[in-house]
Design a protein around this ligand. Structure first.
Ligand code: SF4
Length: 534
């Protein structure tokens, strides 16, 4: 295996087993699924030119890419099924438009699992080994597409799709193997991925707010309430809603974990009396935190880690998530999960613990825009920081805690993603009634942060790059790659990125990013704060 798609990778690439728990077999099956998906995309790309669209193929491509995102699916049989489904969909398109002259497009996989693994090892992930910069750009594009696909999948579940996104993803996958593209053509494709991601984040924002209402500032207990309990992790609010509906009157309290925390701010979710609080912190702490939770756990999207024996039989997956041997439930069908909760002890007593605030998405912040603008004009607010992104297990992430702790009292910090668990419970006070720490939401709510930044720029009649705003991002996996590409597409510069730069970025590709966007690796808190506030 060769995988270097996430920040956790060991010494430049995981080559025998993934730090995430991905085996050589699963890595090979993921690579083969990617290969088959590229072939399907080639047919979908050509079919679209003839106004032939296959909705099942469009959605399959997104689901297949999502399944290969870090910490989503580790179940070999799910990949075997997906490979067969992808080939079947390709043949439907082939029957309509005729055969394309391309080896990948017409690939015929074996049906036996062992042979599929051998084939996955043979085809690998990225065909071009000769030019490391092209390979790097191919990887940036592919990983960006995986992020786009994840958000597109979240949006699709809420009834939001856009043909422009499908068309771009097919074109990009059909082109990604090319060795003849110029650097300008590569840059256009990569920025196009950022544009597609902006569209899907906007779709997802519309899906979330139309279905669940605009988030409102909400106090969330970090403790627990006496009684039976279910813990929901991942990003999919629709799964959470279905579970809340299915548990009404059953005496089960529902808790969020990791990226599900912002769900507490949505009116159509928070109205459920048994939707209680948030348990635990970010994904990389799940083994310890899940082991201590006295009820079952539902993983709706990334990030799942190898379940410990103590909770292997009480963790469930749904949607694109999978772990070999773990019970997988179709979306919305939670009877087994609920029965497991009723059989487990739950919490023996009330202990509400500390509370934190969430729900400061674009609508909530823009409702007090006049106050924020007046605060800036009066000199009470001197600077804004966006400190967001993914959390992770590697050393160096205390930088983000220390950075937030050391920001001056006349600054406001917007945060999003699970990186906030490094400082989410800090009591930073307020400036004229505006909390200094504003939780905008999940990683996909980067869209919300962009809306806030654009509104501020309009109010001050300047560009986003001219605002007293510094972006300090933490990355871990491919959703972060797609968000970075969206920020580049918007022309946003001077982003600081850490804790380390992606292993798949070569020095030459990094130079292009530095020249065009002045992206910088994080340094020390002292140096970075001085530069950002200087
Ligand atoms: S996803 Fe990350 S940790 Fe897992 S195999 Fe790939 S690079 Fe390694």
């Amino acid at each position: 295996m060769f995988c270097n798609q996430c920040e956790q990778t060991s010494k430049g690439a995981c080559v025998t087993v993934g730090v995430c728990g991905k085996t050589n077999e699963v890595a090979a099956l993921q690579d083969l699924l990617t290969y088959v998906t590229k072939g399907l995309a080639m047919y979908a790309f050509e079919a679209r030119k003839k106004d032939i669209v296959n909705q099942a193929a469009d959605r399959f491509v997104m689901n297949a890419l999502f399944m290969t995102l870090t910490n989503v699916n580790f179940d070999p049989l799910r990949f075997k099924d997906a490979i067969a489904e992808g080939v079947g969909l390709r043949k439907e398109l082939q029957a309509k438009i005729g055969t394309i002259n391309d080896e990948i497009a017409n690939y015929e996989p074996p049906t036996n699992l062992d042979e599929l693994i051998t084939e996955g090892e043979r085809v690998g992930l990225i065909a071009n080994d000769e030019n490391e910069d092209i390979r790097s750009l191919q990887q940036v594009l592919l990983y960006g597409l995986r992020g786009v696909a994840a958000y597109a999948h979240h949006a699709y579940i809420l009834g939001k799709e856009d043909d422009k996104v499908y068309a771009f993803v097919h074109k990009a996958l059909a082109t990604i193997g090319s060795v003849t593209l110029s650097l300008d053509e590569w840059v256009a494709l990569v920025l196009g991925c950022g544009e597609a991601n902006l569209i899907v984040m906007e779709l997802l924002d519309a899906g979330n707010t139309e279905t669940f209402g605009h988030p409102v500032p909400t106090s969330v207990p970090l403790g627990h309430r006496k009684g039976k309990a279910i813990l929901v992790s991942g990003h999919d609010l629709k799964d959470l809603l279905d579970l809340l509906k299915a548990t009404v009157g059953k005496g089960i309290n529902i808790y969020t974990h990791g990226e599900m925390l912002p769900a507490h701010g949505y009116p159509e979710l928070k109205k459920y009396e048994h939707f209680y609080g948030h348990y635990g912190t970010a994904w990389q702490n799940q083994k310890k935190e899940f082991a201590n939770f006295p009820g079952p756990i539902l993983m709706t999207t990334n990030c799942i880690q190898e379940p410990k024996e103590s909770y292997f039989n009480t963790i469930f997956t749904t949607g694109p998530v999978g772990w070999e041997g773990v019970r997988h439930l179709p979306n919305g069908q939670y009877e087994e999960l609920i029965n497991t909760a009723l059989d487990m002890p739950g919490f023996a007593e009330d202990d509400p613990g500390q509370s934190i605030m969430c729900g400061f998405a674009h609508n909530a912040v823009l409702n007090v825009a006049d106050q924020v603008i007046a605060g800036v004009k009066a000199g009470d607010i001197k600077h804004f920081f966006l400190v967001g992104g993914c959390d992770g297990a590697k050393a160096g992430r205390n930088y983000y805690t220390q950075l937030v702790e050391e920001t001056p009292d006349d600054t406001v910090i917007l945060t999003l993603g699970c990186g906030k668990f490094r400082f989410y419970d800090q009591e930073l006070g307020d400036i004229g009634g505006i909390p200094r720490l504003l939780d905008v939401g999940q990683c996909n709510d980067a869209y919300s942060a962009v809306q806030i930044a654009v509104a501020l720029a309009e109010a001050f009649e300047c560009g986003v790059n001219d605002l007293p705003l510094s972006m300090v991002l933490s990355w871990y996996e491919q959703k972060a790659v797609s968000i970075l590409l969206s920020l580049f597409h918007l022309g946003i510069k001077n982003i600081r990125l850490g804790p380390t730069l992606p292993a798949f970025i070569t020095p030459n590709v990094l130079n292009v990013l530095v020249e065009n966007f002045n992206i910088q690796p994080i340094s020390t808190v002292e140096e970075d704060l001085a530069a950002m506030l200087g």
